[in-house]
Design a protein around this ligand. Structure first.
Ligand SMILES: Cc1cc2nc3c(=O)[nH]c(=O)nc-3n(C[C@H](O)[C@H](O)[C@H](O)COP(=O)(O)OP(=O)(O)OC[C@H]3O[C@@H](n4cnc5c(N)ncnc54)[C@H](O)[C@@H]3O)c2cc1C
Length: 557
């Protein structure tokens, strides 16, 4: 295979990206497709069209072309035994390149549906196709191939938002930084863009989106085009964090017709974590982005569909099948629903916070974090039980714990036993009426400043570890009271539902709710949104997969 010179990704080689199928493998592919002869110059896949077919070259040669400004550039060539396509074939999103016959060729042509069937049933070929498709997508991202151009500034929050949205959705794009590129004015003039319109996204070569919302970007890229919103699903999963992706993988792999609705991008909170070190099977850790990417591909491989940048805005819970409302009067019907919309940690209102999350700012105090700051001074922010537990726990292995509380004491927010323990622990120093005002450091927190909100007095110390334990807010408001929740808004499930909860919800069945079932039959809650959940990636994944076994039972009733 010839790949035209490019940045080489570590760990990938042209042979892995463009493997040559053996005659025996080609024969297996042929059972899912048909032979097609094409002439030189015939276009088989057009840029920006939904890819409906994949081609294996039996004889001849195909070329993949990057197209911009009516100029074509060949960036890859498929010879005998090689096949076309990349991840878009699984998701049904529009093609990022044009595929053309470079000479008269004989091909095996397979429809997208048949390809999905093949990767689900032939594990040998599934490995070859999936590996190649993932590597090709990474290569397209590394080379910025596609026809998306973002023009913005590194000082603009919206530029950051759009970059994050595209990156977390694995969408290749080229970036032009106004602060660095002197000749960018030409480009702006060509598209009649004013400086005040920035950031600007040029999509599909000539659509100019001025500071677009994530939903506008999604519409332009046609992310959701392949999804039929009318069709009654076996299962709708709301939220594509670890819990939702697990439910999608298990549901789809066990033959259910699954649709996932996600308001931003796959991965959830975990997707924002630079390194997850306590997830089983990854001894050196894995970035949340990588973990989410793998799970997302896995869910698509089994046929789960995704609506991206769509908020679930409500649940029609007084009808069967249920329907999830997604705005503009649209709703998607489903026989069962898994709610996996997670929670958001209350974040300190500090400009530099995101730079230090995972690099000195932590949202959990486990043995892992404790090891990182053993023998050092740390700060715990918050006055609730989780902050109290963290302070007492960290005091065992650190030199000193500064506990900063915004209110005037702990009595109203923390259990009495924890307050006593804090008082009895000599290396915990409690500061009430106190708020963090600044974090400083290069790659890691090095210095923290705090202020007394009564006296205005500030104090700064060279401390490298801050535990933000100010609680999490569940993303459950969209449910509009359809399911029973605890006082904090987390959803109650299974045995946590009291007789009163069930009576109030008019639970209609003789059986009790299943393990992760809410007060609505056939509606489940998993992961961080669920009351009593452990707020860990592993527990979210576990619950997502367990819920599917109960979904089967509900569907069978
Ligand atoms: C910075 C950080 C680091 C962390 N590090 C670790 C770690 O190292 N190890 C560990 O075990 N845990 C870690 N956690 C905790 C872990 O990430 C969470 O417990 C886990 O992500 C919960 O998964 P979830 O699927 O339940 O929810 P989430 O990850 O919160 O996902 C919920 C998803 O639902 C979507 N959503 C919300 N509302 C709607 C709606 N109305 N419609 C459609 N979609 C919606 C959101 O956009 C999101 O994608 C970390 C958390 C943070 C914030």
């Amino acid at each position: 295979m010839d790949l035209i010179p490019a940045t080489r990704l570590p760990g990938s080689s042209p042979d892995e990206m463009f493997p040559v199928l053996t005659a025996e493998q080609q024969a297996r592919v042929l059972t899912h497709g048909r032979i097609r002869k094409v002439t030189s110059g015939e276009i088989l896949v057009e840029l920006n069209q939904q890819p409906t077919r994949v081609f294996v070259v039996v004889e001849g040669k195909l070329e993949a072309l990057r197209v911009s400004d009516n100029r074509e550039e060949v960036f890859a060539i498929c010879g005998p035994g090689m096949f076309t396509g990349e991840l878009n074939l699984l998701s049904g999103r529009r093609a990022l390149a044009r595929i053309r016959a470079a000479e008269p060729s004989e091909l095996i042509e397979i429809d997208r549906e048949a390809l999905l069937n093949l990767v689900q049933t032939d594990s040998g070929l599934s490995d070859v196709f999936l590996r190649a498709y993932i590597l090709r997508r990474l290569e397209l991202i590394a080379r910025g191939i596609g026809d998306l151009v973002l023009i913005g500034s590194s000082h603009s929050l919206d530029t950051f938002r759009i970059k994050e949205f595209l990156t977390r959705n694995y969408q290749p794009y080229s970036y032009v930084d106004l602060d660095r590129e002197a000749d960018v004015q030409d480009l702006l003039d060509r598209f009649h863009v004013e400086i005040t319109d920035l950031p600007v996204l040029i999509c599909r070569r000539n659509v100019v989106l001025r500071n677009p919302t994530n939903e506008e970007i999604t519409d332009c890229l046609g992310f959701n085009e392949a999804v039929d919103e009318e069709h009654v699903r076996d299962l709708i999963v709301v939220g594509a964090g670890p819990a939702g992706l697990a439910a999608a993988v298990y549901g789809a792999s066990e033959g259910l017709d699954v649709l996932v609705i996600e308001s931003t991008a796959p991965g959830g909170q975990a997707g924002a974590s630079s390194k997850i070190e306590n997830y089983l099977g990854f001894p050196t850790g894995i970035s949340g982005h990588d973990l989410a990417g793998r799970a997302y591909t896995q869910a698509q491989k089994f046929g789960a569909q995704m609506l991206i940048a769509k908020d679930a805005k409500g649940l029609a819970c007084d009808r069967r099948p249920y329907a999830v409302l997604i705005g503009n009067g649209q709703s998607v019907p489903a026989r069962t629903v898994v709610i996996a919309s997670g929670a958001q940690y209350r974040r300190l209102q500090l400009e530099s916070l995101s730079k230090f999350e995972g690099a000195g700012v932590y949202y959990g105090a486990t043995h892992l974090e404790a090891q990182l700051c053993s023998g050092e001074e740390v700060i715990v922010v918050g006055g609730g039980n989780s902050a109290g537990q963290a302070a007492v726990f960290l005091a065992q292995t650190t030199r000193r714990v500064y506990m900063l509380v915004r209110s005037d004491g702990l009595a109203k927010t923390m259990s009495r036993y924890l307050i006593r323990r804090i008082e009895e622990t000599p290396n915990i120093e409690l500061y009430t009426n106190t708020e963090v005002t600044a974090l400083e450091g290069t790659d890691h927190v090095e210095r923290v400043t705090w202020r007394n909100n009564q006296t205005g007095q500030t104090k700064a110390r060279n401390i490298a570890h801050l535990f933000s334990m100010t609680g999490a807010v569940p993303n459950s408001a969209w449910l509009g009271g359809c399911v029973a929740c605890d006082q904090g808004g987390f959803i109650k499930t299974g045995l946590d539902l009291t007789t009163e909860d069930l009576a109030k919800a008019k639970w209609p069945l003789t059986r009790a709710p299943y393990l992760l079932e809410t007060s609505l039959p056939g509606v489940f809650a998993v992961g961080d949104i669920r009351g009593g959940n452990l707020k860990r990636v592993a527990s979210a994944v576990g619950e997502g997969s367990i819920a599917v076994s109960f979904v089967h039972q509900v569907l069978a009733q």
